[in-house]
Design a protein around this ligand. Structure first.
Ligand SMILES: NC(=O)c1ccc[n+]([C@@H]2O[C@H](COP(=O)([O-])OP(=O)(O)OC[C@H]3O[C@@H](n4cnc5c(N)ncnc54)[C@H](OP(=O)(O)O)[C@@H]3O)[C@@H](O)[C@H]2O)c1
Length: 255
């Protein structure tokens, strides 16, 4: 039977590129997002055309009830889950200076980018441990964080804090699940061309032209998806807790 991956925010951007790459590795896909299913049916069709089963579960991962319902629906629908990709995330609606930014945006980002994946992973990890009873079962968990887990941007402090917390979440689950042979990885993208960066694309174009990124180009969603698929294949079994940067060398300290 084909393994199943749950990719949060899997119908566009990095999540969609990840879903496509996982379909290519033989996974069936459970995708979640905020939009209604009618808006993403073309995405499901496209993934099915690659030979994978694809089902959509509308859920706001920042809401406790939605997370519980999401896991229950994936469970009753697929009966199995081998991979969780915690990809869904949001940027602040407005980039505001650290001395001005308000609490609403902070609370929103912490609940979607940090609390959501933290408790979703808790629920999924319990289910994965149950599934270990089945012979040959292999589970794995990936967190998509950001270079903002480390790089300080005072015009979006709440995003940086949420991603720094998510990086620690990946490490915590790596330690907790090591004994259950469930590897946990952190994939840390740099500047990736998606809807999230569209509003600031001109700014990044200029910075990239001026040499910000050693590899000299934007990251594409596929650059991240291919890394997640490589981890999902099981080729890094002794690397739990590893942080894999996908940033064209942007975060290499330089002189
Ligand atoms: N783009 C970058 O440069 C970059 C760099 C570093 C890290 N990242 C991280 O990579 C991840 C994906 O980013 P992206 O650039 O692909 O963003 P994107 O194009 O804006 O897509 C975000 C996805 O997350 C889903 N999502 C957002 N809030 C959600 C919620 N509350 N519940 C469920 N799903 C939710 C969205 O669902 P809908 O489609 O239904 O709205 C969408 O599918 C994020 O965690 C982001 O922080 C991105």
């Amino acid at each position: 039977m084909r393994p199943v991956a749950l990719v949060t925010g899997g119908t566009r951007g990095i999540g969609l590129a990840t879903a496509r790459a996982l379909a290519g590795e033989g996974f069936d896909l459970a995708l979640c997002g905020r939009r209604e299913e009618a808006k993403v049916s073309h995405v499901l069709e496209e993934i099915r055309a690659r030979g994978a089963e694809a089902r959509y579960f509308r859920a706001d991962i920042g809401t406790s009830d939605d997370r519980v319902r999401l896991v229950a629906r994936v469970r009753s629908s697929f009966k199995r889950l081998q991979l969780l990709v915690n990809n869904a995330g949001v940027a602040p609606d407005v980039r505001a200076d650290l001395l001005e930014a308000g609490e609403d945006s902070f609370d929103r980002l912490i609940s979607i980018n940090l609390k959501g994946p933290y408790f979703l992973t808790q629920a999924v990890a319990r289910w994965m441990i149950e599934q270990k009873e089945q012979p040959g079962y292999m589970g794995a968990i990936v967190f998509v964080t950001s270079m903002s887990a480390e790089a300080a941007s005072p015009n979006r402090g709440e995003y940086c804090v949420s991603k720094a917390g998510l990086a620690m979440t990946a490490r915590l689950f790596a330690v907790r699940l090591a004994g259950a042979a469930i590897p946990v990885y952190e994939v840390r993208p740099g500047i990736i061309r998606t809807d999230m960066t569209a509003a600031v694309a001109g700014n990044y174009d200029r910075l990239i032209r001026d040499g910000l990124i050693p590899q000299g180009r934007w990251g594409e969603a596929e650059d991240v998806g291919r890394v997640v698929a490589a981890l999902a294949r099981g080729d890094a079994p002794y690397s739990t807790g590893a942080v894999i940067t996908v940033d064209g060398g942007l975060t290499i300290p330089r002189l």
